[in-house]
Every structure is written in C-alpha cells, then in structure tokens.
Ligand binder design. Structure first.
Ligand SMILES: NC(=O)C1=CN([C@@H]2O[C@H](COP(=O)(O)OP(=O)(O)OC[C@H]3O[C@@H](n4cnc5c(N)ncnc54)[C@H](O)[C@@H]3O)[C@@H](O)[C@H]2O)C=CC1
Ligand SMILES: O=C(O)[C@H]1O[C@H](OP(=O)(O)OP(=O)(O)OC[C@H]2O[C@@H](n3ccc(=O)[nH]c3=O)[C@H](O)[C@@H]2O)[C@H](O)[C@@H](O)[C@@H]1O
Length: 581
C-alpha cells in the first residue's frame, strides 16, 4: 500500500514528537494527530506545546499546517487515513486481576472501537501499535476491529511498531534511531503492511536498522528492551551500595566494566532510582505476563529489579537522615530536581517523589526547585491519593504539604537549608555558585548527590560535607557518630577525617561561617544565640528548649522562609546539630 495519509490516536509524549518527525521527513505524507483532549490539541496548535522536548518546536513549526495537523476530529481523519498509529497510554491496572502489574487495556480497546466506528465501509487500513502493549495485544485489537464492524467491513491489518524514544532526546531518537521494529503477521497481507511502513522509515533510516519480524516478537521486544535497561540500572545501583561499604568508587567500577565491549558503557550511571513512565511499568508488565504463564522464577527475577529500585530510594533517604545526625525533623532540605531525568517536564514515577515523601515523613521541611516542573505538579505528585493512575506501587501515607516550599531558583531553595539533595541530572546544577550556596546554608552544610552530577572535591574544598552515591564515604560521614551529635555519641572520639572538612564543620558549628541570612535573622558571633529565640535555644532550631550552648552556626535562624516545620522541631532535644558548639 502506498501510504499518503496517516492518522495517530494520542497526542502525548510519544504521539506528538514521533508524528512530528515523521511529517518532517515525509513532506508528501499528511499526518494528523488526534486527541480526545481539546486542551492538548490547542496547545499543539500553538507555540506553547504541551510538553518540553529539545528541538520539537522547530520541527513542529516546519511542518504544522503543511503536512502536520492536530485535531479532535477523530472520525474524519481516521476514515481518511491509510495508516493509523495507536499511541494511547497504557497505565498499570489498579484493581482486579493483575492489579499493580498488568497493563490496562481500556484505552486500547476504546481506540480500537473508535477506529472501527470511524472506518466503516472504508478501504483497507493498516493499524500500527506504537505505544508498548502486552504480548498478543495485536490479536485482541484485530478481534475488536473486526467484531465491531456491523456489515460494511473494512480490512484492517494490525502491525506492531514500538517506539524506543526517550524523553529529553525524543527528536534525536526519532531522527536517528538505533533501530526501527516492525512486526507483522506471517501472511502476504501482514508482510505487505510491514513493507509499506518500512518504506516510509527507509526514507531517513538506513535499511539495516529497519527490522521486520513477527508480531509477538516485536511486541515482546519493546517490554524486554526496557526491562534490560531497568535491570542494568538496578545492577549498578546494587554495586553502588557495595562501593560505599568497601571504599570502591562506582564510577570507576562502571567505567571498568563498560569497557568490555560485551557489556558496553551506557546506562551504567548509579543513581537514587530510575523513574519515568516506562521502565518500572514495563518490568511489572513483564512480571505479570510471566506469572500468568506460570513462569514463577522468571517473574521473581524481574520483580527483584523493581524491588532493588525501591530499596535504592529508601537507602538514599536513610543516608540523608543518618548523615544529619539521625534527625531531619524541622530541618530545611533543598531538593534540586524533580523530573525523572533532565530535559523533561515529566514527573511520572520520578524517584524524587519517593525520596521527598520519605524525607517529609521524617519531619523535614522541603524546598524544591526544578528548572521545568512547576509548583502545581510538584504538590500534586507529592500528595496523590492511593491508587493514582501512574503511581500504583507508591506507599500512600499522607504527607503534609505545609512543609513543602517550591522555589523559583536553586539559590532560593538552598537559602537557610541544612542539606541539599540532587535528585535530577539537570546540567545547569553543575554551574551553580556553590560558594554562595554554602554561605547561605546552615552549617555543617550537606550535599547529597543522588546523580553524581557535581564536582565533589570542589564542594569539599568549599566546606560542604558531601555524600555522593556509590563513592567512598566522606570522612565526616564515616565519623559522624564520633562528634557527640545524635543518639549514638558513645561511639566515638571524633578523631580522624579530612582536616578541611573537620575545620569547616567546626567553623560552622561555632558560628564562624554563618550564612548572611542567618545572621540577619538573629544569629550572632561565635557563641551565637538567636536573638529572637530563647537564650537557651539550641543551635539548629529556634524553639527548642535544651539545644545546648553556642550552637548558633547551625541554626538560630528564624523567618527565612519555611525552613522550620510546624513544630520548629530542630531545636529542643533534637537540636543536636548545634548542641555541642
Ligand atoms: N514518554 C515516552 O517517552 C515514551 C512512552 N511510551 C509509551 O507510550 C504510551 C503513551 O505514552 P505517552 O505518549 O507518554 O502518554 P500520554 O498520556 O502523554 O499520551 C496519551 C494521549 O492519548 C490520548 N488518548 C487516550 N485515549 C484516546 C482516544 N481514545 N482518542 C484520542 N486520544 C486518546 C490522551 O488524551 C493522551 O493525550 C505509554 O504506554 C508509554 O509507556 C513509549 C515510548 C516512549
Ligand atoms: O518506553 C519508553 O517510554 C522509553 O523508556 C526509556 O526512556 P525514558 O524512561 O524516557 O528514560 P531513560 O533515559 O531510560 O531513563 C529512565 C530513568 O533511568 C534513570 N537512569 C538512566 C540511565 C542510567 O545510567 N542510570 C539511571 O539511573 C534516569 O535517571 C531515569 O530516571 C527507554 O530508555 C526508552 O528507550 C523507551 O522508549
């Protein structure tokens, strides 16, 4: 079939960018992207696209109105199309059989019924699955399509053409894909349909990368590819935990293993957990398929990839808490980065949600900054009710948003903070002025780099105590129990550690390295006490009763934003950070 008109159901993260690239590369083919959401369609027809993707706006502007259209008029465009892509979402089931693991087929069935209803009596059509689906969805799709035809039958050939783009690099992934899979039935009609679509792709993708295969292989390959990626990340994260315990450096280890050409260097960055709309969901889909087929051991194997990811997020939260003297109650913690990775606004299943919720549950006051994600989304994600569509596995203990401040800049987030966490690998975080940030933070000032993004030795030079995931532990953290802070002070004598860190920490604790804001807010001199607080207020808080002597360095700060929790609880018996100054 010579494809002249294409319709795509779903103008989301996949449908929008992939169809824009198709239109860009095939100017003689008309591509119409359909969505049920009029707001989305309106946004696609404006310069304010509904999603941020580098290079996307240029491509859209080059084709929109020429051979690229966005519309809500499904009936018209589906009836006219030679080829229909289905790009609807496939969230995880929340109830019933397979809840928490199986993919919901509802959007797909609705799309199939829409196609069937719109195309009665039309000529033959190819229907291509683009969003990932459970194996054998094509069969179900064909049955729905042919079952809903009442009389005037249209010939539908269902093929599989899974999308492998990643958010943030969607345009380059579409324009220069590693491979394009097209799966079809092993019949003349099936193979003809595969060939029709392959001809389009071969206009810009070298023929060796356009791979024809069986329908079920193509469907399964998509889930398997994501499961392998997730497994790789969980594997390196498991090694990262081991590195911290042994003094090895995960970056050196991943470099070493990545130079083996059989393993390869990519996707070996340890981090505080993979997130996004795909990896976890697809691993769980795979688990469910294995379980359904009685492959218990295979199911358990893949399940462990997700368990490891959850453990990694918990481990990060634990590190923050134990590093900060076993208490974060009322302490302001800056969260830099909320999206699940850089260059996207997408927060679906982002590791930041679980990390933030973990910190909130332990009483922290968070100041969140993300270059592209706004306050509404962050607040929504933080308090989604149990069972929300894209986060079925999350533990939904209620957290209070009263202590979540979303700031306009990284500097605002860090001002007055006891610690800062890097949760997304936004490159701009690298070029922040960390001297200024250090000056404005409570002391000791902690950095928890969950993406190994920053220059850790430069940060230590400045005076930060740095936790870098999978790296040898900062001497201050190894020795943390020896400083007489927290509940376990009997452990140590406080000797040892990097002298620079030790000096800086001592300076901070004695108030010599006070943040200007803290000074303004009432903290004074080496024996600093909060002017507004009680005389006996402890260092880290303003309302504590017995925080100890001259701890002004780590605290004595009031009124500088929502730094303290409702109880202002950093002081009192938990005001250990400043207690021994
Ligand atoms: N986000 C990504 O980078 C990638 C996502 N995928 C997968 O592709 C699927 C779709 O993902 P996204 O595009 O991110 O989802 P999305 O939720 O952003 O977009 C789906 C769109 O389909 C529309 N829709 C649903 N049913 C419809 C119907 N009957 N008629 C018209 N419009 C309808 C929705 O309104 C929505 O705009 C998911 O399963 C995802 O896992 C695959 C590759 C990459
Ligand atoms: O099916 C999909 O939707 C897509 O899912 C993933 O793409 P995506 O989820 O956009 O992002 P990835 O680049 O895979 O990153 C996912 C998560 O893994 C984390 N990650 C990635 C790489 C790494 O080395 N370490 C690591 O922790 C990222 O920070 C992010 O949170 C796949 O990479 C795409 O090929 C696939 O098309």
């Amino acid at each position: 079939m010579d494809i002249r008109k294409i319709a795509c159901i779903g103008a989301g993260y996949v449908g929008g960018p992939s169809m824009s690239c198709l239109a860009y590369k095939c100017p003689d083919v008309t591509v119409t992207v359909i969505d049920i959401s009029p707001e989305r369609v309106t946004a696609w027809n404006s310069d304010n696209l509904p999603l941020f993707e580098p290079g996307l706006l240029d491509i859209v502007k080059a084709c929109r109105g020429r051979n690229l259209f966005f519309s809500t008029d499904a009936k018209k465009h589906l009836a006219e199309a030679d080829l229909i892509f289905v790009c609807v979402n496939t969230p995880t089931k929340l109830q019933g059989v397979g809840a928490g693991k199986a993919a919901t087929f509802g959007f797909w069935e609705a799309a199939a019924r829409l196609i069937a209803a719109s195309c009665r009596g039309c000529g033959p059509k190819i229907v291509a699955e683009k969003s990932p689906v459970p194996v054998k969805t094509a069969q179900a799709m064909s049955r729905v399509l042919s079952g809903c035809q009442d009389g005037a039958k249209t010939q539908f050939e269902v093929i599989s053409n899974p999308e492998f783009m990643s958010a943030g690099t969607a345009i380059q992934d579409c324009l220069n894909p590693d491979r394009v899979l097209i799966g079809g039935r092993d019949t003349p009609e099936g193979q003809a349909a595969v060939e029709s679509l392959a001809r389009l792709y071969r206009r810009w993708v070298v023929p060796e990368r356009v791979l024809g295969m069986g329908l079920w292989s193509s469907e399964l390959a998509k889930l398997a590819a994501n499961a392998f990626l997730a497994q790789r990340i969980s594997s390196i994260n498991a090694i990262a935990a081991l590195c911290e315990e042994t003094g090895a450096d995960v970056e050196q280890v991943s470099h070493a293993i990545g130079t083996d050409s059989r393993i390869g260097p990519r996707f070996l960055n340890a981090g505080c957990g993979f997130g996004g709309p795909a990896l976890q969901k697809h691993v769980l889909n795979l688990v469910y398929i294995c379980e359904s087929l009685g492959l218990t051991q295979a199911a358990q194997y893949w399940q462990q990839v997700v368990e490891m990811n959850d453990w990694g997020k918990d481990r990060f939260v634990q590190r923050v808490i134990t590093s900060m003297f076993n208490t974060i109650r009322g302490k302001r913690i800056a969260i830099l980065g909320f999206s699940y990775k850089a260059n996207t606004t997408d927060t679906r299943d982002t590791a930041a949600i679980d990390v933030c919720r973990g910190l909130l549950l332990d009483g922290a006051a968070l100041a969140v900054y993300d270059p592209k994600v706004g306050p509404e989304q962050i607040h929504l994600d933080m308090c989604l009710p149990r069972g929300s569509l894209e986060h079925p596995r999350r533990q939904h203990t209620t957290v209070s948003l009263a202590t979540v401040d979303v700031t306009r800049s990284a500097y605002d987030a860090c001002r007055g903070a006891h610690g800062l966490c890097i949760l997304t690998d936004w490159p701009e975080f690298r070029s922040l002025d960390f001297r200024a940030i250090f000056a404005a933070m409570m002391k000791p000032a902690f950095v928890f780099d969950g993406r190994n993004l920053l220059d850790h030795s430069a940060l230590r030079e400045i005076g930060f105590v740095v936790y870098a995931l999978g790296k040898p532990l900062d001497p201050f953290l190894v020795q943390r129990q020896g400083w007489g802070f927290g509940e376990e002070e009997e452990d140590g004598g406080g000797s040892g550690g990097d002298p620079r860190v030790v000096r800086s920490v001592l300076a901070g604790l004695s108030g010599m390295a006070l943040a200007p804001q803290a000074a303004e807010a009432g903290a004074v001199g080496p024996a600093g006490r909060a002017k507004e607080g009680k005389e006996e207020d402890g260092g880290a808080g303003v309302q504590g009763e017995s925080g100890g002597g001259g701890g002004g360095g780590a605290g004595a700060r009031r009124g500088a934003g929502p730094a303290l929790g409702a109880e202002g609880a950093v002081g009192g018996e938990e005001a250990v950070a400043g207690g021994e100054g």
